[in-house]
Design a protein around this ligand. Sequence first.
Ligand code: ADP
Length: 265
Amino acid sequence: MSVDMYRITEQPYYRPVGDEVALYEAAYRHRIPVMLKGPTGSGKTRFVEYMAWRLARPLITVAAHEDMTAADLAGRFLLEPGRTVWHDGPVTLAVRHGAICYLDEIVEARQDTTVVIHPLTDARRMLPLEKRNEILAAHPDFQLVISYNPGYQSAVKDLKESTKQRFVAIDFVYPPPAIEQEIVMRESGVDASDARLLVEIATRSRNLRGQGLDEGASTRMLVHAGRLLVAGVRPAAAVDAAIVLPMTDDAEMRAALRDAIAACL
Ligand code: ADP
């Protein structure tokens, strides 16, 4: 498989919120692994796409899931008529060709994935391919990036201390209102007053965090609501469909959310 299909040719829109671009560039210069911390929909994926474009590196993204094993990352032999053929997994592909490898929500994956992550994230920068009896040295441009949502973690499902300590972390919080409005306008096409309203709704929902809601409305949800508005959906219906309904199944919580945001509509 060619790594060229992972190149990002057009500049992704990313609105910096703090000094994250400079921080990432400094980390990349030294090939330090990076951990993007923050709730879902807060711009982590867009950021890493933007950085890969900026640094002109291919980006290989892997969405981790609970059945994901080290072999899913590293690769495996597959039976083909008359022979077995080795297929590089996504991490191996990135390691070989000097891509940035983004493991999204890695905490979801099986514990054995640490046998892939650890040797790649310390001074060794190597990937043991046990099944091939081979140790692959990482391409000088290779870098590992993971995302991590502190809100979801529980004692049973958390990254090991020994894993966390290998990364420099960049915190993703929802942007200040003026910047979030700018993002919502640009991404959805709504005007400034609708964007302001959506961000106000998000702020109110975020204030309900800890009172039955794990998280408030994300920037992604605001973009969705904005797109529905642009498509002509009534504001109350757009906000319900893009924000209230996806966020909670609990009838009381929905009522509380609708109350909190009614004043904005
Ligand atoms: P995450 O990876 O944290 O779950 P994403 O990067 O997919 O979130 O962000 C969700 C959406 O929110 C993006 O598709 C984009 O529309 C918007 N977004 C959030 N933050 C930003 C930002 N700083 N600049 C541009 N778009 C953003």
